[in-house]
Design a protein around this ligand. Structure first.
Ligand code: PMP
Length: 464
């Protein structure tokens, strides 16, 4: 047996890495056996800007910013230095023992200032899933303290994504996740999504937006308004396929939440930190949430960190009537992650990245993606800011879908891999969400490679 640690073996050997990965590493959202049978993983070894490099020296344009998170791009020494300095000064201390750290305090102050008015208090976790799990607990706690313990139901959307723990996967509306082990948990309910291309039929967008929102009211009435605690939605559904709601949707949703006095949660895990051309998706869609989870772009993915911003309505009750809040994580307010988040936000501010997405790179990406709309395989191109989606259709005119669902997307995604461009297939929709620092030339490259992959997929699918 070779007992030498992996790092002492041939470091550049793709074969060695792949074999060890297959032997010992189980990947998330992966068919373990399928991956092994394909020969194992692509090994990503470094990255700079919007470019990844694999162990074979191939350069790949990262159209997904990792998993929608590397907003300031790869290779930022400032973030490495912030982490180093904080680790030397104070690598860890908890926030349980009536203690705090300068980094966790400063970040809380900063997030209270950046988030929409009224959201002034911050609770930390390490992932979007933990943030949403925490929120499920906070919401129930809130209504108990209000003397309405029967308000336990939370409404969310089919095809929404809120994480992968038991509660956050229950909040989400992803069927394959529910099928894994019998979710959702009791008290989690789903209504239709504001997916105009897929479900709008002959309605106008305006009309459809209202109809989709009214599904929430119908669910509230079905469950009994006195049992409903909250509604949660992503301003733009990301992992569901970049579903951009009609302009009429969010105003109607907010009206319904107010009418039945239920809490509104805007999941900003993808939309936050500039993705839609404003600091938050809530700014873009004029949403006034009571609770707002954030993660991903908060640290640009350099370290795991999530934050929940809470508004007065919720905080006042927890504060005045709650006593001890019996919940938290070892890494809540981790000083190194908080220091990196502060530096990351400083970069976004100094480089005017939010404004650039709004006024320059966002419109440019949308304009370039729109050139794919005439392709015979493309049913719709949609996007906002630096989020984009290209929906593949078997019939452009009738919005016909391929069967089985997901096959066309998988074929196209596999061509993207060969073209060295990362675009994710959500069923049969190709999505992009590049780092916010992407240049025009890089957007040209991204769209051109995606276009080539779509051409090749069309050939495979017999569409021309
Ligand atoms: N909410 C949304 C909107 C997300 O997109 C995600 C992750 N894709 C999550 C929550 C869960 O975050 P994490 O993977 O960090 O647990």
């Amino acid at each position: 047996m070779n007992s030498a640690p992996l790092k002492d073996q041939a470091r550049n050997s793709t074969t060695v890495w792949r074999a060890a990965d297959t032997a010992h590493h189980l990947h998330p959202f992966t068919d373990f056996r399928g991956l092994a049978e394909e020969g194992g993983s692509r090994i990503i070894t470094k990255a700079e800007g919007v470019w990844l490099e694999d162990s074979e020296g191939e350069k790949i344009i990262d159209g997904m910013a990792g998993l929608w998170c590397v907003n300031v791009g790869y290779g930022r020494e400032r973030l490495a230095k912030a982490a180093y300095d904080q680790m030397v000064e104070l690598p860890y201390y908890n926030t349980f023992f009536k203690t705090a750290t300068p980094a966790s305090i400063e970040l809380s102050e900063k997030l209270a200032a950046l988030t929409p008015a009224g959201l002034d208090k911050i609770f930390y976790a390490s992932s979007g899933s933990e943030a949403n799990d925490t929120i499920a607990r906070i919401v129930r706690r809130f209504w108990r303290l209000q003397g309405q313990p029967e308000r336990t139901n939370i409404i969310s959307r089919v095809n929404g994504y809120h994480g992968s723990t038991m509660a956050s996967a229950s909040l989400g509306g992803m069927k394959p996740m529910h099928q894994l082990d019998g979710l959702p948990l009791p008290g989690f309910h789903h209504v239709r999504q504001p997916y105009y291309y897929g479900e709008g039929g002959k309605m106008s967008e305006e009309e459809f937006g209202k109809v989709a929102a009214l599904a929430i009211e119908e669910k509230i009435l079905e469950l009994g308004p006195e049992t409903v605690a909250a509604f949660i939605g992503e301003p733009v559904q990301g992992a569901g396929g970049v579903i951009i709601p009609p302009a009429s949707y969010w105003p109607e949703v907010q009206k319904i939440c107010r009418q039945y006095d239920i809490l509104l949660i805007a999941d900003e895990v993808i939309c936050g930190f500039g993705r839609t051309g404003q600091w938050f998706g809530s700014d873009t869609f004029d949403i006034k949430p009571d609770i707002m989870p954030m993660a991903k772009g908060l640290t640009s993915g350099y370290l795991p960190l999530s934050a929940i911003a809470l508004g007065e309505r919720v905080v006042d009750v927890l504060w005045e009537k709650g006593g001890e809040f019996a919940h938290g994580f070892t890494y809540s307010g981790h000083p190194v992650a908080c220091a990196v988040a502060l530096e990351n936000i400083a970069i976004i501010e100094e480089e005017n990245l939010v404004q650039k997405v709004r006024e320059d790179s966002g419109p440019y990406l949308q304009q370039r993606l729109a050139t794919l709309a005439d392709h015979p395989l493309v049913g719709e191109v949609r996007g906002i800011g630096l989020l984009g989606a290209v929906e593949l259709a078997s019939d452009k005119q009738t919005r016909g879908r391929f069967s089985p669902e997901g096959r066309a997307g998988t074929i196209c995604r596999d061509h993207c891999v060969k073209q060295n461009v990362v675009s994710r297939a959500v069923r049969d929709t190709m999505v992009v969400s590049p780092p916010l620092i992407i240049t025009h030339a890089e957007i040209d490259e991204l769209v051109s490679r995606l276009g080539k992959a779509i051409d090749l997929a069309a050939k495979d699918l017999g569409v021309n």
